[in-house]
Design a protein around this ligand. Sequence first.
Ligand code: SF4
Length: 252
Amino acid sequence: MASMMDFGVKEKSQWCAGCGDFAIVGALKSALLELGIEPKDTVISSGIGCSGKTPHYLNVYGYEGLHGRSLPVASGIKLANHKLNVLAMGGYGDGYGIGAGHFVHIMRRNYDMAYIVHDNQIYGLTTGQASPTTQLGMKTKTSPEGVVETPFNPLASAIIGGATFVGRAFAGDIIHMKQMMKEAIAHRGFALLDILQPCVTFNKLNTYEYFTKRCYKLQEAGHDSSDKFKALEKAMEQTATNYEKIAVGVLD
Ligand code: SF4
């Protein structure tokens, strides 16, 4: 039986102090431990971005590949060895931008894996450009007058696309995030877990405080995750112009 120490690595992190990525890695180690999954039985495939470094910071098998290709690599690993616990991890640029074609089609195929997306609403690694999920009106290096494009809605896309588990968590609520990871990993089929992950260096709008004020837990609000239409309603609650209520938990 593995211990928390067995998931640790000696490598020094390159992430900025306070980045939500630290909480994601910590919660993931704990989730794997509680699920009784050994480090040798887990593989993480990632792409490019700050979050692409995730496999470096856990003592599991890892592959940091090309930008936007974490899902095809993860699919290949799962097809080659069904017994492995396969996770794809990365940013929304990787998954919802350049890798969007893979994102749409992997849901139809329903491979048994979890896709954990670090969603921080800005391109952090390249120092602060607007991304597919950047909030409407937000000023960035590439949108000095404010973003004019409607943000991509990953949860609604996943529900419509046929993902068999769709969830969201907030990196500032580690206990809940760990529980969501456990459910996504234990799910038999394709699971999307979108994690709201503050980028403390380049996103001064979507901060820990911002999400703490707005996030509410679906299961405490009586949401029925077996009802696809209700799930879509919840996914659409946070629209391009309304950011006041952000649902976290299992949508579908
Ligand atoms: Fe985290 Fe942002 Fe720093 Fe990247 S740039 S490590 S996302 S705080």
